[in-house]
Design a protein around this ligand. Structure first.
Ligand code: ATP
Length: 565
């Protein structure tokens, strides 16, 4: 589940005060647990999504929303969008998002920002990405400590699945330098899944979950197999072309065109007007997630002209169509990459700020079958705030592991232990169906991590007697049923060329059906009572050897067999 750990010796387990942190490229959040429930902490400005931005004015350091506001008046001393540069060489970064903030600079191959952090009259300092991260994390830890009334010592931090070892080490070092012990780095989609699965009403369920993390500068999608509370990432996709800033851009262009029509001047051509346009476009975009209309209003947008306009959600969804379609393709692509079909997906967890957008959730609703739960504010009344999921998951994980010694945490998260074996195919029982056909009942889903044990109860034939059971491997395939062509009823329509007898509107039916594979074992349970049931238990050991036991429920004895790995 987790991938790395702090390098410095931390406090004694009993002395730890732990939180969960998500340190995003656009926003960060901090969370803690109380009575096994995770809560996101509001900082001193009242923000739970804290912009990952630092700004320096007259030697004072601002962070979060206050710093972000300085992107208009003080962009050169404002450091934003730096998280993704951690642990990277200058030549491998994409500085696009920093064009309206302090520019990343090449300092002997590493990434630095030149900002006047001591005073406006002083020479600028060169602040490395690592130092900027340390300063920002220190502010988060201070906020959390003030909120909790005690000094935070340790944290679980969530990171994207494509963070490499160097990026992980750089993050841990930046946190350590801020006086924070990193108990564990947990991957973003697992943190999000944990936040949902830790709810008291959530039972342990074998399921395939798609976690769509749609953020400000990137979109990350993962297909996760959740088997008995263990998470395995089956496939991931990362995209930098379709995300929140691209929706901001769509609105910026829309309102810029209106402004040009009125005043024959383009507010995008002047950096200050552009920054104002960007801030208001983001606010309008967020308002459109809640209401069907939103205001766009900026004082002195450009050339001294105030500008005010409105947009409705339908228009916004039209101008943003390409970006919305991009999210659909990303999700469909990663499911394919995992070798699965939308019909295999039990749950879609939408996280990240952009997941508040109703159109995206509604589009996903259209892609997946009815049976798939789409967990987003627009499609589910029980959805958790998508912006809070990862911090909550990280906090829950922190509270789970805080009592362990650092060395034990390292051992339990060492690759040998976390990369456990999985069964490739589902295991199930074949029994005889009502029409004499073989019916497959899955006991253990494919991708279940070993060791694992599952039990099913199978009804014996009504009169009782001997029950024969075949334990087999199973696979799935998608059965497509084309709609029956409608017979043309010329007499009723009175018009053979009528447009209405086309069957265009009827969609083909796609369903997941089991395919019975290799037989693993066969057993007979003799003399089952009338109306009785047979219990089949499948036990897969860590080396993937299988033990199968079949017995009558409530009866004595039974049959047991072993299969080598
Ligand atoms: P990244 O790392 O991709 O830059 P992040 O994980 O740091 O992103 P998030 O808070 O998940 O940041 O996402 C930020 C994006 O979400 C921003 O583009 C923001 O405008 C957008 N956003 C936040 N709230 C809403 C909302 N209610 N409706 C639509 N978009 C929103």
């Amino acid at each position: 589940m987790s991938e790395s750990r702090g390098v410095k010796p931390g406090p004694e387990p009993a002395d730890r005060v732990v939180i969960g942190i998500t340190f995003g490229n656009s926003n960060s959040s901090i969370a803690f647990t109380v009575d096994d429930k995770a809560e996101v902490i509001a900082n001193e400005d009242g923000d739970r999504q804290i912009p990952t931005v630092l700004s320096y004015v007259d030697g004072d350091e601002y962070y979060g929303a206050q710093a972000k506001a300085f992107l208009v008046r003080n962009p050169n001393n404002t450091v934003a969008y730096f998280r993704d540069f951690l642990g990277k060489d200058f030549k491998s970064i994409d500085p696009t998002h920093c064009h309206a903030a302090a520019h990343p600079q090449d300092t002997a191959g590493t990434v630095c920002f030149s900002v006047k952090d001591k005073g406006s009259e002083d020479e600028p300092s060169s602040v490395s990405v690592s130092e900027a991260s340390t300063r920002f994390l220190r502010r988060l830890v201070t906020s959390a400590s003030e909120y909790l009334g005690k000094t935070v010592t340790s944290a679980v931090v969530s990171v994207p699945t494509n963070f490499n070892d160097r990026q992980r080490e750089a993050l841990i070092k930046a946190a350590n330098d801020a006086g924070l012990e990193v108990l564990q780095l947990i991957s973003d989609p697992v943190a999000a899944a944990l936040a949902y699965d830790a709810r008291p009403e959530a039972g342990v369920e074998d399921k395939i979950v798609v976690v769509a993390d749609l953020g400000g500068t990137r979109s990350d999608v993962a297909v996760v197999a959740s088997r008995g509370g263990m998470y395995t990432i089956l496939a991931t996709a990362h995209d930098y072309e379709f995300s929140g800033v691209h929706l901001d851009q769509v609105l910026m262009d829309h309102f810029a065109k209106e402004f040009i029509k009125k005043h024959s001047s383009d507010p995008r051509s002047n950096p200050k007007s552009l920054a104002k346009l960007r801030q208001e476009a983001e606010a309008t975009k967020k308002a459109l997630s809640l209401g069907s209309n939103a205001q766009f209003s900026v004082e002195s947008l450009a050339d001294g002209f105030d500008f005010s306009s409105t947009i409705n959600r339908i228009r916004y969804e039209m101008v943003g169509r390409k970006v919305f379609e991009g999210f659909n393709r990303l999700v469909e692509g990663v499911i394919k990459k995992a070798g699965l079909d939308v019909l295999d997906v039990n749950e879609v967890i939408m996280c990240g700020g952009t997941s508040h957008t109703p159109r995206i959730a509604n589009n996903f609703r259209g892609i997946f079958p009815e049976s798939t739960r789409i967990l987003a504010p627009a499609t589910s009344t029980t959805a958790i705030n998508p912006s809070e999921l990862q911090a909550r998951g990280a906090a829950l994980q922190a509270s789970l592991i805080q009592e362990y010694e650092a060395a034990d945490i390292e051992q339990s998260t060492h690759p040998c232990v976390t990369t456990v074996k999985h069964i490739a195919n589902a295991i199930g029982v074949v029994a005889v169906g009502p029409n004499g056909e073989d019916v497959f009942t899955p006991i253990m889903q494919a991708e279940t991590a070993a060791p694992a044990r599952r039990i099913v109860h199978i009804a014996a034939p009504t009169p009782g007697g001997d029950v024969f059971i075949k334990v087999v491997e199973g696979g799935t395939h998608i059965k497509v049923t084309k709609p029956e062509p409608k017979a043309k009823d010329a007499t009723e329509n009175g018009d053979e060329d009528s447009d209405f007898d086309s069957d265009e509107d009827e969609e083909e039916k796609r369903e997941k059906v089991w395919k019975i594979g290799t037989q693993l074992a066969e057993a007979a349970v003799k003399g089952v009572k009338k109306g009785g049931k047979v219990e089949v238990m499948v036990n897969v050991a860590a080396d993937l050897s299988v033990t199968i036991t079949a017995r009558e429920v409530g009866g004595k004895g039974g049959v047991r067999g072993n299969l080598a790995a």
